[in-house]
Design a protein around this ligand. Structure first.
Ligand code: IVH
Length: 687
């Protein structure tokens, strides 16, 4: 190892960190992009040469690359509280009174912006970022360190005279321009648009691949610090203290933060930003008011949910009025019909709005929307604004009630609305074009088959060119089929074909989720695939058996049975199987362990000490038994837990069903399995 190289690594890391801070925190470019890239490249090469000098906080790590399969849950050292809300000057005056009632000493307030993003807690040890945790439930959150390391405005290594231990809290968010660019790119790729910067920031932070996070250009403002021995007695001093380490803190010059003396100072700040918030480069959803003095904050204390020394002030959503020109219908992949309002174009907070969501027929009824009404439109955090009311004073006397369509706008089938359902549905699922396309788009989605290189637009093209009509057709596609498509380059076509081939290794639960069975989301799909050995077992199951699975209720069971009763659906599944898709559960414990319970119908009731209900059900299954939910004369065994329903017990006695407690049952099956296994059953570890 050459000393010169080692010194150069240290030097480059420091240099690049400092250029980063200048650029991302102070908006100063000290070097050209080219020079910066050269330095980074030099460092990368040296780090490859000396892997033993690995540093998780090297500036080269900003590009990400670490994959987090599942985010570990971590306890917060200090709970992550939320803020109580206020909406008026009176609420603010009440807050001031409450504070002064608890402690009657002179105090000041800090007013700052309430950034609309996701809270994060970042921990530093000896100046090095060691952990970043999401808020979670406030007590424990998820470890998203790999992803947070890629956010340029968060220092990986601190400057200045930092303390040994430091924990800061802040808000991770998208700037308006980055968010806009992100959605423009998604639109180009035919991907569904993100609805608002907050939700997408939260989603991005949970991506498994940190290199994608790195490309997304998230930003972060810091608004709180926790120090072991704090000597700084005001938030204002704390902010200055944090700034020297390289954190992005709210700027006094831009008036993002201000120290005020009383309610009138607070109201001035609120009014100032009410008028200007649309011009900010990022979204805010209000103002935060905090007692400035730390010792007074401590005296005032917290409730279990929020500090008594701080409050959020929320701005009312901007509202405008315009003409409701028409109500049209969109058909989703499940056949659900969503009415959409076409509006006379109107500007809300700098964006032109022509459409608004109206959710469903009930909403139309509730608001009594009529064509040509003057309606109030509001834009909250969401991209799609909503209609909040009608200006009745301007209603045309001849207007008539809006009648919801009885036919599908796409395929003209009769629409159905089941009792208790919010939506009307088109049931022509396998022939109605938007449903067909929607199903295929769902199938290729990130959480389903995750087919790389292919998006909504390509699916539309392929469908329109009659190259695909269902999900199984994807697997028959060849590169030559794709090349004639508009804007399809050779490389893209290759990527798509490779992506389709690779998707064959997706686990069973993803394929099942991808089939788009109504009510079978990601979680239910996982439940089903951990219960059933393969798709054939699932499709031959009945309503009763499905209902016996935890988290599978009547509605889901009915939908599954209905799905598999359609020949077309079974044909598609057979084709997918022929194409090598994985529809077998990879959980080895699903393999039959014994046949001791063969043909036995078993009912579980109550709660158990040594084994969960799910584990018991699986134990029945893998020993050849059948789970059922109600006791009848054909029931063989009732496994009785604590607090079981008396009627089940009565019936079991009446039908002379064998009744066992959990231990008796476990003993019965463990006699058949090895001793080791039975021990594991007792500890609930086998599954
Ligand atoms: S202080 C003890 N300051 O708002 C409470 N929070 O409902 C510490 N937020 O989850 C919060 N901007 O993520 C504080 N300037 C700001 C904030 C802010 C946004 C978020 C924060 C928190 C939520 C509170």
């Amino acid at each position: 190892m050459s000393k010169k190289d080692i010194d150069r690594i240290v030097e480059l890391r420091e240099l690049i960190h400092s250029y980063n801070t200048q650029y991302y925190i102070h908006s100063i470019s000290l070097v050209s992009d080219y020079e910066f890239d050269q330095l980074l490249k030099e460092l990368e090469e040296l780090e490859i040469k000396y892997p033993e000098l690995y540093d998780a906080n090297s500036p080269t790590k900003r590009v990400g690359g670490d994959i987090t399969k599942s985010f570990e849950t971590v306890l917060h050292k200090y709970p992550m509280l939320s803020l109580s809300n206020s909406y008026s000057k009176d609420d603010i005056a009440d807050f001031d009174q409450r504070v002064k009632k608890i402690i009657d000493v002179p105090l000041t307030y800090i007013c700052e912006l309430k950034y609309d993003g996701v809270a994060i807690s970042i921990i530093y040890k000896n100046g090095n970022l060691v952990k970043a945790i999401t808020r979670g439930d406030g007590t424990q959150g998820e470890d998203v360190t790999n992803n947070v390391r890629t956010i340029s405005s968060i220092p990986l290594v601190l400057n200045g005279d930092y303390p040994e231990n430091l924990e800061v809290r802040g808000e991770i968010m998208y700037s308006k321009s980055v968010f806009k660019e992100l959605n423009q790119n998604r639109e180009k790729q035919g991907l569904a648009l993100f609805s608002n910067p907050r939700n997408s920031a939260s989603g991005t932070l949970k991506l498994q691949d940190s290199s994608i996070v790195a490309k997304r250009k998230l930003d972060c403002f810091i608004y709180a610090v926790y120090l072991d021995n704090h000597k700084l007695n005001s938030l204002f001093l704390q902010y200055n203290y944090l700034a020297q380490f390289g954190f992005k803190i709210p700027s006094v010059e831009d008036k993002y933060v201000e120290q005020v003396n009383d309610v009138s100072g607070i109201m001035n700040f609120i009014n100032y930003w009410e008028e200007r918030k649309e011009d900010l480069p990022f979204e805010i959803d209000g103002i935060v008011i905090k007692v400035n003095e730390i010792d007074i904050q401590k005296e005032i204390g917290n409730t279990s949910k929020s500090p008594r020394w701080a409050i959020a002030y929320k701005y009312k959503a901007v509202q405008v009025s315009t003409v409701l020109e028409d109500i049209v219908y969109q058909v989703g992949r499940t056949g659900a019909i969503t009415p959409v309002a076409n509006l006379k174009a109107v500007e809300i907070s700098g964006t032109i709005v022509k459409r608004a969501s109206v959710h469903n027929a009930d909403q139309i009824e509730k608001l009594d929307l009529r064509i040509n009404d003057i309606v109030f439109v509001e834009k909250g955090g969401e991209i799609i604004p909503k209609i909040t009311g009608v200006d009745h004073s301007k209603r045309n006397a001849n207007s008539s009630k809006f009648v919801f369509s009885s036919k599908c706008p796409e395929c003209s089938s009769e629409l159905v609305r089941d009792e208790g359902e919010a939506h009307h549905y088109c049931l022509n699922s396998n022939l109605c074009p938007p449903q067909i396309k929607g199903k295929i788009i769902h199938f290729i989605g990130r959480k389903q088959l995750n087919i790389d290189g292919i998006g909504q637009e390509t699916i539309e093209q392929l469908y329109n060119e009659k190259l695909i009509e269902n999900v199984a057709d994807l697997f028959a596609l060849k590169k030559q089929d794709l090349l004639p498509l508009e804007r399809m380059a050779e490389k893209s076509a290759e990527n798509i074909i490779n992506g389709i081939q690779q998707s064959k290794s997706a686990p069973f639960h993803k394929v099942l989720f991808g089939l788009g069975i109504r009510y079978v989301g990601e979680t239910v799909a996982k439940k089903l695939t951990s219960y059933f050995k393969d798709i054939n077992q699932l499709r031959s199951s009945n309503f009763e058996e499905l209902c016996s699975i935890e988290e599978v209720g009547d509605k889901i069971a009915e939908s599954i049975v209905q799905y598999f009763s359609v020949d077309y659906n079974n044909k598609i599944i057979d084709l997918l199987l022929e194409n090598g898709l994985n529809m077998t559960s990879d959980i080895s414990e699903n393999i039959l362990k014994s046949t001791i319970l063969e043909n036995k119908k078993i009912v579980i009731s109550g709660t158990f000490k040594n084994i969960s209900r799910d584990e018991l059900k699986k134990a029945i299954e893998i020993n050849g038994g059948k789970n059922s939910s109600s006791v009848s004369k054909s029931t063989d065994i009732l496994i009785a837990g604590e607090n079981m329903g008396p009627s089940k017990l009565e019936k079991a006695e009446k039908f002379k069903v064998s009744i066992m407690n959990e231990n008796e049952f476990l003993k019965l099956i463990s006699e058949e399995n090895s001793n080791e296994d039975s021990k594991q059953y007792q500890q609930g570890e086998l599954f």
